[in-house]
Write a protein that binds this ligand. Structure first.
Ligand code: HEM
Length: 164
């Protein structure tokens, strides 16, 4: 059990670096560079990168939820103390509950970005509508960027209860 926990922690951090690194790379590098390209090329490049990162990103998010759930189980989380919220009474698990709240918000934002706003930004009939969806997608990307940074800061506190 201890060995599985160690593997869960290590792979959780690797999955986090793929997701957080990918989100920040898109916002700070890929999208700004794509903006320098001519419109047709820009749409092709951002869609291709976006589609590729979608697969890698959702796979790492899936592993974050799986490995994170196991680590909580290893810490003693069970249906009873999760539903009566007593598991979240300690200072570091209270921080974990805040982290999980932000992760849920980030998942909802990424879902609407990837499966609603993003596709409409590249496929809309009218140029005005496409521009509106591109602006919305850009803001979703920025907010997700801020959220993942806050999530990692909270995560380091969760892993070190003596700091909280
Ligand atoms: C975007 C999503 C997430 C990111 C970026 C993330 C990031 C991290 C990082 C970087 C750590 C290690 C902190 C350290 O050792 O300094 C960590 C620890 C942890 N994460 Fe996450 N995490 C995410 C989602 C989740 C989810 C969904 C869960 C629960 C279902 C979770 C539960 C935990 C737990 C329990 C720890 C402490 C592990 C330990 O040290 O025993 N995380 N997380």
């Amino acid at each position: 059990m201890e060995m599985i926990y160690k593997v869960a922690v290590a792979t959780h951090v690797i999955a986090a670096t793929i997701w957080v690194g990918g989100v920040l790379f898109m916002a700070l590098v890929a999208i700004p560079v794509a903006r320098t390209l001519e419109p047709k090329m820009r749409v092709r490049v951002t869609s291709a990168i976006g589609r590729r990162f979608q697969r890698v990103g959702w796979a790492s998010l899936g592993w974050l939820v799986l490995s994170g759930s196991f680590m909580m189980y290893f810490w003693g989380a069970r249906w009873a103390n999760l539903t009566d919220l007593s598991f979240f009474q300690a200072p570091h698990t209270r921080v974990l509950s805040l982290k999980l709240g932000l992760v849920t918000l980030m998942l909802l934002l990424s879902l609407t970005h990837d499966f609603f706003v993003g596709p409409r930004a590249s496929q809309s009939e009218s140029a005005a509508q496409a521009a509106r969806y591109r602006t919305m997608a850009a803001w979703q990307g920025r907010i997700t960027g801020v959220l993942v940074i806050v999530i990692v800061i909270l995560a380091t506190m969760v892993a070190r209860p003596w700091l909280v």
